[in-house]
Structures are given as C-alpha cells and as structure tokens.
Write a protein of this length. Structure first.
Length: 640
C-alpha cells in the first residue's frame, strides 16, 4: 500500500515540476509557446505519466478540431471582404474614436457570446476587428485580447453561454434544488461585462497599444498602385455583348458582323482595328440578385465570345469605338480592373533574356506563358516614379523589348507565380502568390455571410440536432465548396497552426493533473482550510481555487471537479449553494491570466503578437477584481 501511495505521490510531484517549468518557459518567452507545450507533452509521455493515447488526445479533441474549422470560416469572412464591410460599419458607428470602438467591440462580442460558444464568437469577430483596425489606422493588438475576454464575459449572460453554466445547473438539479432558468445568469453577466470594460479600457491602452502585431509593413506596390502608375484606365474600355444586336455592320459578303460564337483568332481584332481584348468576363447572378458568380478569363486566340460577356479592350478610343459599332457592342460607363482570377505583376528583362530585341508581338508571350503585356516602363529611376522614365502603353505589339525594360504583365495568378522560376529571361519584382492572397473575392461576401449565419443557427437552436464541432466542420467545408477561397491551399493558410498545437499539446496536462490527484488535492485542501472562516471566505476560496485550476485544466473539467465540492461545502456551513456554484462557473469561465487557459485566449495570441506576460499583465488583474467584487455581489443576488 505504501509503495502504491509513494508511486502516486511521485507521479504527482513530477507532473507539478513539469507544469512549473512549462509556465516558467512561457513567462521567459524566448522559446515559441507551441514548442514549449510539445516539450512538456513529450516529458509527460516519456516519464510514463500519460499513455500515448492520453498524450495525443488533445489533437483529436472536438475543441481543437472546432478551432481549425473556425480559422477557415474566419478566413472566408476575411477573404470575401465581409470582414472589411462589417468593420467599415463599426468604424462608421465609432467615427474613428478609439474609445467608442473599444466599447463597441466589447458589447457586440459579449452579446454574441451569450448565444454562441466563446471560441466561435472570437473566431468570427477576429477578422472583423483586424480589418477595422487596419482601415482606421488603430492597432489591432489594443482590441484582440479584450475581444477574447469579452467572448468569455458574454458567456455569463445565459444558461447556454458557456459549458460550466450547464455543469452547475446539472449539479443543482441532481441534488434536488430548483434548476436555473435561461436568464438566471443575466445579472451576473451584466456585472462582469461592466467590470471587464472598466478594467480593460485602461489596461489594454497601457500594456497592449505598443504591440505591432509581429508584422513588418509592406512597402511594395499594390495592384491599384500599378494601375495608377501605368495609367491603364486611360486606355481601357469596357463593352458588353448584348443579347439582341440590331445595328451591327455588314461585311463584304453582305452578312451581319456577328461576334457571338466567334473566336478572337476568327475576328483578327488586332490586325483589323489595332486594339487588344485583354479580358473576357462573364458574370452570373441569382434570381434575387444577391449571389453573383464572376469568371475572369484571359483573352486567348481560342477564346470564344458569348452573349452577356464583358470585354475589356485596350487601345485608341476611336479605334475601339469603330470596333464596337461594327459588332453592335454596348459601352459600359465605369471601368474598374478587378483581380479575382487575373492579376498583375512587374518583370524586368534580363541581359540573358531570349526576348531582348524582339517585338512584343513576335515574343508570343501570351501563348508561351499565358500573360499579356499591358505596359512597358523604360529609362532611369527617379524619386517621383515618372521623371526620366518612358511609359509605353500604346501599340505594344510593335514595341521592341530592351534589356532592363520593366514590363507590366497580366495573367492568371498561377501563371504569374510560374514566372518566378524563369530567372534567365526576367526577374519578377514581387510575389504573385502572396499578392493573390490579399485580393478580396468581394462578390462572394453574401455567400460567406449566409454560411456564417447557418453555422450560428446550428450552434444556437436545439431543434437542429448537430454538435458544435459538426456545425463548424460543415461551415468550413461550405466556404471552400462555395468558392470563398481562391483554392484549397488558401483555406489551409488561414489556420494558425501555432495556436492549434499550443492548445492541443496543453490539454493533456489537465489529464495528468487529474490522473495524479494533484487537482483534487489542491481544491479539497484549500476549501477545507477556509471552511471554518465563514461562508464569504469560503466563497472567495472556491472562486480563486477554481480560477487557479482553470489556468491549467479546461474550464469544463474544472467545473465538473469543483461543483460537487462547492455544493457539499455550502451544505456543511448551512447556506444555500447557489452563490457557491455561481462562484465555480465564474472562476472556471473568467480565466484570463494565461494564453492556454481558454481557446479564445490562444486564438488571438499570434494575431495580436502577445506574449505570456501580456496575459498576466492584463488578464490577471481582471481575474482578481472580478473575484473580489463577485465575492460580495453573489450573496446579494443569491442570498445565503
């Protein structure tokens, strides 16, 4: 028996030592958080504290899978411009005032968090807040940590807001007490949200505003900059092929010159008119006009013109107008270059290029590489970008290529990316793949919004028999199938794997603490020592014990462990258990002093550029203040 007890105590000691070293490494901050967590996991596995199945359980946890799916859904919200649109609405409400923006973030997130899981709430709001901050010039780090905390604070407004709420309701019901109503938590939630706003407003400004989100500013040219520099819109015109054509010219054979069904090779537009079609676009709308699908296609010799196609034509305006009259095309007023499927990049002709000295028309770049040359920049450099340089955008087909010429080329994003491999002929000045990731597929914004609302509905309404993780997986797949991303690889890029690995690797720590008895020993010992000091001291002890344990064990597991202890403790001192059980759910949910205590905290860590100590500086004071205030408020709301 002594041998078993010693072994049990030995395992507990080892687990606590690993935990202390892990926390110390997090505080030190010199090693990536996910590597620290994986090292701790490996130690627990090698030393026999956890079995392989227990150690790897975090990577198959529904919470971790849900986080991955939520990153994808959040990425779709960002990629389709829905985040930017919503952020602009919030920015308009706040009128650029940082304090008002802070209040809006806290209140909106708390409200959503009352009905949707805090992880889902934060994942949905995070791209919106980042877009808002970028658009207003504010630092997103000022808002992202409060956003994560607000998701948890809002969970205290309703019975379904957070799992610990359901845990204490079940414990009360099984013990024969009156079950909690849906809005029994509302007064508690309002108070903690008010405390959160009052405490976080100054703390976030002091400790979080100096962060730079760990990203360097990109000083390269944007796509719009390239359009302006080469003055593409001056020579670009947009025409649509109408369904009925009545004024088309008659050719030499007495036939109406119909463009529909003809290929560009058949039409010989460049030869006959001296103009070039660079893009053929087709747009389809749903019956209600809410959903639009856009197909951008490079104008190739084999491209066939269809009814309702939009033709983007470059060249002299008079020549384009003659071409349009001959084929009865309808001119469209506004001209805007979009970059959904087609992009732009600049390439410099190298001394070793096979195309130096050739005319652009003879180089046949469209057939060989799938690119169009839209402009040539030739001459020396200058501070204002134009003086001393010649910009050629007219009669490009006859323009000879010189060594050192800078070409503005258009093509499908994949074709532009392939240009980087050909270092003999040219050097690509930017990274087309990364540029493509920044292009918003804004015509898909209604689709992303519908998928997001569907996911929320599946999460909120009980009559839809779908688990939370299933709802998120469905939503994530729908965003990919519906084309909210340029490709599947773009969807994978939205996942923050550092945060995923951090949470998945730290989850088994809670199993180790429970398995070795460390958590039960700490909780029972603290409660026993405070029982003789009166109900208020015991209530405070329950909150802070639960709060401490939640830093290392999931909030649901902590609530399951602490709720029966709190119930028995209340009965032992002869008082109503309601305030004690509310202290448990508060302690389990209001855990802000660590990035791995709750998934929302981990979700914003990388995006906000936060360290472990940032959570301690901002989250720990909030955690303590809520505990102190609620120790005196809970007995007023739920008398002993």
């Amino acid at each position: 028996m002594q041998k078993i007890h010693f072994k049990f105590f030995h395992s507990m000691t080892i687990t606590l030592i690993i935990l202390i070293i892990t926390v110390a490494m997090f505080i030190w901050g010199r090693v990536r958080a996910d590597i620290v967590a994986l090292t701790a996991l490996a130690a627990l596995l090698v030393l026999g504290i956890l079995t392989p199945a227990e150690a790897l359980a975090g990577f198959s946890s529904p919470i971790v899978i849900m986080m991955i799916g939520l990153f994808v859904v959040g990425g779709a919200i960002m990629q389709t411009g829905l985040a930017k649109l919503t952020g602009n609405k919030l920015m308009a409400l706040s009128r650029g005032n940082e304090t008002v923006t802070f209040l809006l973030v806290m209140l909106v997130t708390s409200f959503i968090g009352a009905f949707v899981s805090n992880t889902g709430t934060v994942a949905l709001m995070m791209p919106i807040i980042m877009s808002l901050a970028a658009g207003s010039g504010m630092q997103s780090s000022r808002f992202l940590m409060p956003l994560a905390f607000a998701g948890s604070l809002g969970g205290m407004l309703t019975l379904i807001g957070t799992p610990p709420n359901l845990v204490i309701d079940e414990v009360l019901t099984e013990a024969g007490f009156k079950p909690l109503a849906f809005f029994s938590f509302f007064p508690v939630g309002i108070i903690v949200i008010a405390i959160g706003i009052i405490v976080l407003m100054p703390l976030s400004k002091i400790f979080l505003s100096k962060k730079q989100n760990g990203k360097k500013k990109n000083n390269g040219k944007s796509l719009d900059d390239l359009v302006d520099e080469y003055q593409l819109l001056d020579n670009l015109h947009r025409y649509i092929v109408p369904s009925k054509r009545t004024a088309a010219a008659i050719d030499e054979n007495g036939q109406m010159m119909d463009i529909v069904g003809k290929t560009l090779k058949d039409l010989s537009i460049q030869k006959k008119y001296g103009v070039s079609i660079i893009e053929i676009r087709n747009e389809k709308k749903s019956r209600l006009g809410l959903v639009k699908d856009v197909n951008q296609n490079m104008a190739k010799s084999s491209s066939t013109i269809a009814v309702h196609d939009t033709l983007y034509i470059m060249g002299d305006e008079e020549k384009i107008e003659r071409f349009a009259q001959d084929y009865d095309l309808r001119k469209m007023k506004d001209v805007k270059i979009d970059f959904y499927d087609l992009g732009l990049t600049e390439i410099v002709v190298m001394p070793t290029s096979n195309f130096a000295g050739l005319r652009i028309g003879d180089a046949n770049l469209r057939k060989r590489f799938g690119i169009n040359v839209l402009g040539v920049k030739r001459g020396g450099s200058s501070s204002d970008g134009k003086v001393g340089k010649e910009y050629i955008t007219d009669n490009l087909i006859a323009t000879k290529l010189h060594v050192g010429d800078m070409l503005l080329v258009q093509g499908e994003w994949t074709n532009l990316a392939h240009l980087t491999a050909d270092t003999t002929n040219w050097v690509v000045l930017d990274q087309p793949e990364k540029t493509a990731d920044k292009v918003l597929l804004d015509y898909k914004a209604p689709v992303a919004a519908a998928i997001m609302l569907l996911m929320i509905a599946m999460m909120v309404f009980d009559f839809i028999p779908v688990a939370l993780v299933t709802a998120v997986i469905i939503a994530g797949l729908l965003t990919v199938f519906a084309g909210c991303f340029r490709n599947v690889e773009a969807a994978y890029k939205t996942i923050n794997w550092e945060s995923i690995v951090l949470i998945a690797a730290m989850m088994p720590m809670s199993t180790a603490l429970e398995k070795t008895g460390a958590s039960a020993l700490v909780s029972q010992g603290l409660v026993d020592s405070l029982g003789s000091m009166g109900p208020t001291a015991l209530l405070a002890g329950i909150y802070f014990t639960t709060s401490l344990m939640t830093m290392f064990i999931s909030n649901t597991a902590t609530a399951v462990l602490m709720a029966p202890i709190a119930l028995v403790a209340a009965q032992q001192v002869g008082v109503s258990p309601y305030s004690f059980l509310f202290a448990v759910t508060l302690g389990a949910s209001m855990c802000f002093a660590s990035p791995f205590s709750t998934p929302p905290n981990a979700l914003v860590m990388k995006a906000g550029g936060y360290t472990f100590m940032d959570y301690v500086k901002v989250g720990l004071p909030l955690q303590i203040i809520i505990g102190v205030v609620m120790t005196f408020v809970l007995p007023l709301l739920f008398p002993y």
